[in-house]
Design a protein around this ligand. Sequence first.
Ligand code: ZN
Length: 253
Amino acid sequence: MSPTKQDLSYEERIQLAVKWIQNSQHLVVFTGAGISTESGIPDYRGPDGVWTRRDKGLPPLKMKMTMDQVQPNSGHEAIVELQNRGLLKFLISQNVDGLHLRSGISSEIIAELHGNRHLMRCLTCDRQHPKDYLWDSTKWGNGYRTSPIRDNQPGCPACGGRLISSVVNFGDPMPQKEMDLAQHHSMAADVLIVIGSSLAVMPAASFPLIAKENGSKLIIINHQETMYDSEADLCFHESAGATLQAILSAINE
Ligand SMILES: [Zn+2]
């Protein structure tokens, strides 16, 4: 472990992160479920995560709201602010909650590796379309890749091809365009910040390591320790929202 991770105070780590981010040429952010826990969506491996509870024989915690009522939090907003200041070059997300796009991230600079619950994908032309206006789940179901095709279910408005949920379920192939973009930007990164991921789900979790192997600084912000803390240049086991807001206000100064 490098001395920076053991010896520096929270304030000193914030200052170092700010310096790297301000001097970066190609800042990439990588997010997992941990960024959305502050919006009320349970993560997987946190203290009350879905899998942590499953391992103890407990059911998932009941959400206090429906997925449609969930709002972006200060962590999502901080990433938008990095985009708006021209610092963020690309965002790779493992989340399907769609909160990054809802919070104002441009669709041009994001790869949602596991899809987006609000989008359908065309199997022929690969275009994505908002689920809201063309897909009625009560009539046509979830529209997963493995779902049977139902009578009169709508096709792609652009080419008529078959629409499936963009959400990548276990066993589904990863979306090629998103994987290629994530690979390209991970290799180009000079600073990559992991936020709210235990880096346990492959192949998504390989991208921070690809960045590191190509000379990028690696910052990890996650409540729990991750598989790759020892590879990181800087670790925060503090709240994602509060840490990102502290970084942003220091960039202001
Ligand atoms: Zn199409």
